[in-house]
Design a protein around this ligand. Structure first.
Ligand code: EUG
Length: 608
């Protein structure tokens, strides 16, 4: 083990010279964050391997290395890399495609055996056919920044990661008239934003809190952003897909040769197949079309604070009709004030040295010295368009929000230019930023994961969900970082569970906390919209109406589309026939190993 503190290259990767880099305008912020995070690292920069290269179950070491040689011959040696070096966690801007840097089990559970970098759709087809020939599981990633849900790591230990982004990162089209775009897997939110600015088009993208992720990857995982176009899946139009047996097809209007409507009409003709390739393992998506929002000219962000934890109930009931009627125009966030403290980048011990979750009065005492003052919930919203149009809605919002006793509108003009409010203002107007990693500094070796159930926009439900999460956090002595993401008719309750990834006891506590919350929620009729790879079995098993009819349907599709079970086995809880009945699923009791007991031999050869 290398015990030196993390010491990364002095230069951070910058876009456009690096497709996954940070735009120049954010370099200073990124360097500051990198240095702060590195100060809070005690874990060595790299971890020596205890178990050698992770050979996937079902093939011998010998077969595996022969197959890898063959793949190198097919794609070129430079484009195939065996994962045999010490595991390097890196950080957001220099993240690994070898393992989950935010490990929850032992770091060598969620690792790949190799990475392959296809440079074209044809090469993706080549890789898929190779996987079938050798019965080696593959795991496609776009950029590997599925932060808080497993990053680039495969569900099955030793899968070959198909890293699409490195060589397939072209912006294929931006159409400022139709307000659409077409992109490859390696196009980040940062990249598209910069390109639109460079070309001077009056269109907006919609971005998540951090902009380094793949637009295609985030959309397939049904991620969220904060303009009125925040439902990424809802505003996509058209996919190109390589199936697990190697065929390539286009969805929607893309199936019609010579069309010019692929990005403007998502449905096409016949069954709409797009959904099968979102949160699934039924294919590799190589292109995606997205709608862009016309630049509204002006926008105005606002912030309200609310005093008591239980104010949440009344607030959410006030929000519901306003949001559905589009008086509240964007996908807003309601954040618990503890995140406001942590987003300053301080560590927990600066505020509290005791055991267990930080007490509320300690938190409130600190808030008194901030522009927010004492409060529990903060609503960050944005409305759009010229003053005379947006003021009408802002007046209604003000009148309604002030019905919550103790509610307070914070005047943005009273805030300094570096206040976090302005970051939300940028993100809610489609300008990707770089703030949201700061709270990883809360603990040493900070890692985080999303616990993300869906609630209707109803006060009693939001309160109930929040109490479930809070009770479990307190039981395990974890500070609870919670933000509600306000959809149109639902809330994504996002709990950012943060832990010291170098502390096995804390990893276990977080694992159990997650499993208990998933279980508690399911018992009350709530389910997660997305989850980390190691919790996907458990979450999938909660969607079990009518004797698991949904998973039976998914398995039928899986077996038809991927008879050899090579494509991201286990992703989203969908296991191919060859893996079933061998104990790969991780249930609510949790366990130390990610693996099951081998795979069945293939039932018959498929024609390729
Ligand atoms: C957030 C984080 C998520 C997610 C949606 C929103 C926002 C954090 C970790 O996952 O799925 C502030």
């Amino acid at each position: 083990m290398d015990t030196s503190n993390i010491s990364l290259s002095k230069d951070v990767p910058v876009y456009p010279s690096d497709y996954a880099g940070i735009p120049e305008r954010l370099v200073n912020k990124v360097v500051r964050e990198r240095d702060r995070l590195s100060k809070n690292q005690t874990k060595g920069r790299t971890s020596e391997r205890k178990r050698g290269v992770a050979i996937p179950q079902g093939v011998s070491k010998d077969q595996f290395f022969k197959a890898i040689d063959e793949l190198s011959g097919l794609l070129g040696e430079a484009h195939v890399k065996i994962n045999d070096q010490p595991l390097e966690d890196g950080w957001y801007m220099e993240h690994p495609n070898t393992h989950d840097a935010f490990m929850i089990l032992d770091g060598e559970e969620t690792v790949s055996s190799a990475a392959v970098y296809p440079g074209s759709v044809e090469e993706v087809q080549t890789v898929v056919k190779w996987a079938n020939k050798h019965l080696i599981p593959i795991y496609p990633i776009s950029m590997g920044r599925n932060l808080g849900y497993g990053g680039a790591a495969p569900r099955v230990r030793g899968s070959v990661v198909v890293d699409l982004g490195r060589r397939m990162n072209k912006i294929l089209d931006i159409n400022p008239d139709d307000c659409t775009c077409l992109v490859e897997p390696g196009v980040s939110f940062y990249a598209l934003y910069e390109e639109i600015r460079k070309r001077g088009y009056k269109v907006w993208i919609d971005c998540p809190d951090l902009g380094g992720g793949s637009i295609l990857g985030n959309t397939l995982d049904r991620g969220v952003g904060y303009t009125p176009y925040g439902d990424h899946w809802g505003v996509h139009s058209g996919l190109e897909v390589v199936l697990p047996t190697g065929e390539v097809f286009r969805t929607g209007m893309g199936a019609l040769p010579g069309n010019n409507t692929w990005q403007t009409f998502p449905y096409g003709f016949g069954p709409m197949s797009d959904g099968l390739f979102s949160q699934s393992n039924f294919g590799v998506v190589t292109k995606i079309g997205m709608a862009l929002m016309p630049d509204p000219g002006e926008h105005e962000s606002f912030m309200y604070t609310f005093q008591e934890e239980d104010d949440l109930q009344l607030l959410i009931d006030i929000i519901r009709p306003l949001r559905i009627a589009n008086i509240l125009e964007n996908v807003a966030q309601i954040r618990h004030s503890i995140i406001e403290v942590a987003v300053g980048g301080g560590s927990r011990k600066e505020f509290y040295e005791g055991e267990g979750a930080i007490p509320d009065d300690v938190l409130q005492k600190h808030l008194e010295s901030t522009p927010l003052g004492r409060c529990t919930w903060i609503y960050y919203g944005t409305n759009y368009g010229p003053k005379q149009i947006r003021q009408y809605k802002l007046d209604i919002i003000h009148k309604e929000f002030m019905k919550v006793p103790g509610a307070c509108r914070i005047d943005p003009n009273s805030l300094s230019k570096d206040h976090y409010f302005w970051s939300r203002d940028r993100i809610s107007s489609g300008e990707p930023d770089f703030e949201e990693l700061s709270y990883l500094n809360w603990v040493p070796n900070g890692a985080h994961m999303g616990f993300s159930p869906i609630s209707p926009t109803r006060g009693p439900d939001a309160l109930k969900l929040w109490k479930i999460a809070k009770d479990r956090h307190h039981q395990h002595g974890i500070d609870m970082f919670l933000a509600f993401v306000v959809g149109l008719r639902e809330l994504h309750m996002i709990v950012l569970v943060i832990w010291d990834r170098d502390d096995p006891e804390r990893r276990k506590a977080v694992d159990m906390c997650m499993r208990e919350m998933i279980d508690d929620c399911a018992k009350n009729g709530y389910g997660e919209y997305r989850t980390h790879i190691l919790f996907q079995d458990q979450v999938a098993a909660t969607y079990n109406w009518n004797d698991g009819a949904l998973m039976k349907f998914n398995e039928k599709l899986k077996d038809a589309l991927d008879p050899n079970g090579i494509m991201a086995p286990g992703r989203c809880g969908i296991w191919p026939a060859r893996y079933r009945g061998r104990g790969w699923e991780i249930g609510k009791e949790g366990r130390d190993t990610s693996e099951g007991d081998g795979v069945h031999p293939p039932t018959g050869s498929i024609k390729l």
